[in-house]
Design a protein around this ligand. Structure first.
Ligand SMILES: Nc1ncnc2c1ncn2[C@@H]1O[C@H](COP(=O)(O)OP(=O)(O)OP(=O)(O)O)[C@@H](O)[C@H]1O
Ligand SMILES: [Mg+2]
Length: 356
């Protein structure tokens, strides 16, 4: 039998739980003239939610991750590559006649994917303008193109001033729905909420939370092959109190527990065994990470592992702790839901076992 828990890939259908209101919100936004900005820490389920909502509209969509853009040229060619994937060349060729720089388009015989490249140019923003203009032109009123830019905060790192240029292009477009995703909360809020930012109030801001306790409890309970009700209840509670309802890690731990119950017939102590197994698997990575942290970072992580607010640690100046927390949040090791917490519960467990 296939493991009923999935992690590390987009989830849909029977692997997708809750998010009813969020799904509705995304769908409403896609049916309007507004754009959507969706923020959450990594692996909370942004992509899965968006993919599900988009699928339900039946509309075409291109999705690009800003983290993968090497330059503005690269950004423009990736937009075109996606458009060529979606629309047959014969249908859009005539829309490209006004392109100021004509791209070279070829099919890679090894990957069978389309490659798009440009001659080197002085002002690469024209490439982006033309590419984005093409998105607008191929989009149809009754089947508007949806454009997803993931890890959107990375535009600030592609080239200085690109945010302003991008905004002025997007401002003139009327036939597209943009969805901008980001996992760096502070940078994303800065981009969309700071009055002086070009993207100030660009669209509807939505924060994705963890999955509610009752939903996850039900989701796991019906999938674990444990007949004794009491034991099942305890196992599920143990899983959720360890993962703090984090969508990805909850699925990961549940998958491991399911495997141990199904193949090793282990029920008593199964959650502890599953945690140990996952921690052991990542031992080397965790150690490498740990060695790269400075003393302040380590002390913050140790405080958090013990359930202590690092800002109340008297041995470290508050300002030092604060900038340390900010740094750790930017790198994704610490997230803030209600309080600060270590993003990966298995890393936290590793710290508790080996560093305290
Ligand atoms: N609605 C859901 N129900 C159950 N599990 C979910 C749900 N959404 C996400 N997950 C779990 O979280 C994992 C990560 O989801 P997803 O890739 O959609 O998140 P993300 O926020 O886009 O992540 P990233 O930051 O890596 O882009 C999934 O593989 C799945 O295990
Ligand atoms: Mg994603």
């Amino acid at each position: 039998m296939e493991n009923p828990f999935k992690f590390g890939i987009l989830v849909d259908n029977e692997y997708f739980t809750d998010r009813i209101n969020e799904l509705k919100e995304v769908e409403i936004s896609l049916n309007s003239a507004n754009h959507l900005i969706l923020i959450s820490p990594r692996r909370f389920g942004k992509s899965s939610l968006i993919a599900k909502a988009i699928k339900s509209t039946g509309r075409p969509c291109i999705s690009l991750n800003m983290q993968n853009m090497l330059s503005v040229d690269d950004f423009a060619s990736k937009i075109l590559r996606e458009l060529f994937r979606l629309y047959p060349m014969e249908r859009i060729r005539h829309l490209m006649t006004h392109f100021r720089i004509i791209p070279t388009v070829s099919t890679n015989p090894v990957t069978n994917l389309i490659d798009v490249s440009f001659q080197p140019v002085v002002n690469s923003i024209v490439l982006l303008e033309d590419a984005m203009d093409l998105m607008e032109k191929v989009s149809k009123e009754n089947k508007k193109l949806i454009v997803v830019f993931d890890e959107f905060q990375e535009i600030l790192n592609i080239r200085k001033g690109l945010d302003k240029q991008l905004r002025s292009i997007m401002q003139t477009q009327q036939h597209l729905n943009y969805i901008l995703l980001g996992s760096q909360e502070s940078m994303m809020t800065d981009i969309f909420e700071r009055k002086k930012s070009p993207f100030y109030h660009f669209g509807k801001l939505m924060h994705l939370n963890k999955i509610p306790y009752d939903d996850f409890r039900e989701y796991i309970s019906v999938r674990l092959p444990v007949k004794e009700e009491n034991k099942l209840k305890n196992i599920v509670e143990e899983i959720l109190s360890f993962t703090y309802l984090h969508p990805y890690y909850t699925q990961q731990l549940s998958a491991q527990v399911w495997e141990m119950i199904s193949y090793e017939n282990l029920i008593d102590g199964v959650v502890g065994e599953a945690i140990s197994k996952i921690v052991r698997t990542h031992d080397l990575d965790f150690e490498r990470l740990w060695l790269n942290f400075n003393r302040t970072d380590r002390s913050i992580l140790i405080s958090l592992s013990k359930g202590i607010n690092p800002l109340q640690n008297r041995q470290v100046a508050t300002s030092t702790s604060f900038s340390g927390i900010k740094r750790l949040m930017k790198a994704g090791f610490v997230i803030r839901v209600n309080d600060y917490e270590i993003e990966d519960p298995f890393f936290k467990e590793w710290i508790i076992r080996f560093c305290i």
